[in-house]
Design a protein around this ligand. Structure first.
Ligand code: ADP
Ligand code: TRP
Length: 323
């Protein structure tokens, strides 16, 4: 089974990305051939600085590796090292109805907010379809927000197969990570690279402490019962067992527990959870050339897997010399 997913290098990854994507990708490695990539072509719709893009690609690669992605077992690569996806994207655009793309939330939301939209953002779901279809991926683990893009991928694959009367593309199964709750940011909105509200797993302790201490709380006095649905408890729960959670919530409801105490404990838990991963990341950071080599090797393996599918699409549609 081929399992594929990608993360955009559009900012430094945070614990929302960790619980919502990275950790799941790492766990799924055991179930089949993992193919994971850093979607730098996709990031071009938002990041407009060359040096920043390169820095962020390596940053995401380090996070993936530190969090347990095994480059021997799984394939990890930089999307733009497999430029064949752009050719496949073109082929797929020719069988993608405009109406399908006009319904994409990613595009519609930006238009609704009166923001300027480039063709790249409009065509984004077709590039995503190419990423997936080029390897005949079976399973694509993504968060709720990407569900619509996967449905589009299936529609686009079906449209190509139907147009040329050949089953070139396999329709991938979405693996929607529904049980993964949306991790809130320190301000209570969804934690996101686009808002200044994240907790980054590998920040230096001082910075992390400052961010944890800034988590929004209400002004209930220490002696009073606390609202266990508040952001600080939601974040704390990510790092606690069920029993610990029950104990903590009982204490909160009894009164006498300050939000500050919960924050301190949350900080300790984050540092502990990512402690050994942090050490691993620091070691990898000292050998960025080694990380680049690893990404290059991943791209080589990915291109080998993708080549026959792209060739089948070329043959089915009458491109290049007949074989
Ligand atoms: P961001 O909103 O920070 O830019 P992305 O949209 O690039 O994040 O998402 C990358 C992956 O991380 C996706 O699979 C997404 O579902 C997941 N993810 C992002 N933010 C969260 C969050 N706050 N809680 C849970 N999962 C998240
Ligand atoms: N669009 C995805 C995101 O923003 C990243 C992505 C690009 C992706 N291509 C993909 C995810 C293919 C899964 C499969 O999170």
């Amino acid at each position: 089974m081929r399992i594929l997913s990608g993360i955009q290098p559009s900012g430094e990854l945070h614990i929302g990305n960790y619980f919502g994507a990275l950790r799941q990708h790492v766990e799924l490695q055991a179930k089949g051939q993992g193919i994971y990539f850093i979607a730098d072509y996709h990031s071009m719709t938002s990041v407009r600085d060359a040096a920043e893009r390169r820095r962020l690609v390596l940053d995401v690669a380090l996070d993936y590796l530190a969090c347990g992605l095994d480059p021997e077992q799984s394939i990890l690569y930089r999307q733009s090292d497999v430029p064949e996806v752009c050719e496949l994207q073109w082929i797929l655009t020719t069988v993608t109805p405009m109406g399908l793309l006009e319904r994409a939330h990613s595009y519609k939301d930006k238009v609704a907010n009166g923001l300027p939209v480039e063709h790249g953002l409009f065509a984004y779901p077709v590039l995503m379809a190419a990423d997936i279809l080029i390897y005949n991926s079976d399973l694509v683990p993504v968060g709720q927000d990407q569900k619509q893009h996967l449905e589009m991928t299936r529609d686009i694959a079906g449209s190509f197969n139907h147009t040329y009367g050949v089953e070139v593309f396999r329709l991938p199964e979405p693996h929607i990570l529904e049980d993964v709750a949306v991790v809130p940011g320190v301000d209570g909105r969804k934690m996101s690279k686009s808002y200044d509200n994240t907790l980054r797993m590998f920040w230096p302790q001082k910075r992390l402490k400052k961010a944890v201490m800034s988590i929004v709380t209400d002004s209930t006095p220490v002696a009073e019962p606390k609202d266990t649905t508040s952001v600080v408890f939601q974040l704390w729960s990510l790092f606690a067992t069920e029993t610990e959670r029950e104990e903590m919530f009982a204490r909160a409801q009894a009164g006498g527990l300050g939000y500050g105490d919960v924050k301190k404990d949350l900080l300790a838990r984050i540092l502990d959870h990512f402690g050994t991963l942090r050490e691993k990341r620091e070691a990898l950071e000292k050998d960025l050339d080694g990380v680049e080599d690893l990404l290059a090797e991943g791209a080589k393996r990915a291109r080998t897997l993708g080549a026959p599918v792209l060739e089948a699409a070329r043959q089915a549609s009458g491109l290049s010399r007949s074989q």
